[in-house]
Write a protein that binds this ligand. Sequence first.
Ligand code: AMP
Ligand code: MG
Length: 349
Amino acid sequence: MITEIFRLAEGQEVEKIRRAAEIIRAGGLVAFPTETVYGLGSDALREEAAAKIYAAKGRPSDNPLIAHIADRSALYELAACVPDWAEGLADAFWPGPLTLVFPKKPIVPDGTTGGLKTVAVRMPAHETARKLIRAAGVPIAAPSANTSGRPSPTTAFHVLEDMDGKIDCILDGGDAGFGLESTIIDATGPVPVILRPGYISAEMVREIVGKVETDRAAEQPLGSGEMPKAPGMKYRHYAPKAKLVIVAGKEAAVTDKINEMTAEQEALGIPCGVICARETAPCYHCTNKKIIGSRQHQETIAHNLYAVLRQFDEENTGMIFSESFEGGQLGQAIMNRLKKAAGYHIIQV
Ligand code: AMP
Ligand code: MG
């Protein structure tokens, strides 16, 4: 299969989105930008279209897909029951980087939900995504457009790296905005439960609903045999090829420890890399240090995380040491991804 790239240059947008929507309606696969990361879309109501997503990504078939909608009315076609507090969250944060999980209606095939009796729904804010969904006239099932286990794509180039020859087309709309996947909230019980942290923080949810819980799997590895509520959380996601270690603690202790460990590893001939904030970058001796963003502007760290991990992959780095980025509105989301990428290997100094 030849993967076509549709660049969304001015003046051609309508025609390119129309062609991409035709591909979705014909049961094909289209990668498209959203305000979180690039998604890999197919018709959410066709079992065989969802199966193509799993094949292209090499995704385990028990890891369900999020259905993307452009209008609120579509929610009630997919979800069997929407509690008032979930309506409140949708009012506050849709369109936007929030996914809500509901009991599903029979119209949603098991192939889309990984056999679950629930369906995850999101209304993205990105204009291209919204136009594509409207033009297709169906909800679009779309996981991140990466090969399973690789960092999620935040540019059309990242999508091409993983999906060339496996999907029909890529709508190239430039960089994805936020850079991390949506916040997922279980809306099947009495209280919102965060299954995966994202831009919409626990605090923001609490302000609307008055209460919020966080699933254990969002913050720590589960024991063997334990099953997270979001099946995807059990897989080692976002993994770079190199071994990644997070060093956490007071700033000076962290920079000293990372300098000590990179010197040790480099003496053994292992190519090292460092992930650091702009503020502390001058403290590191390692020649391959990458500035991920600024602690003063946490959104820059979220935006660059996956691109930095992909860069290290290209350079065949053997060992990566990263600072920790806890705290603030985005700390929970950033650390959830970074800890998973590190296989929860954290050194506290
Ligand atoms: P991705 O689209 O690649 O960001 O992955 C989608 C995430 O949503 C995975 O972690 C899934 O486990 C989760 N998810 C999708 N549908 C459901 C559902 N019905 N219940 C719980 N989690 C879900
Ligand atoms: Mg993903």
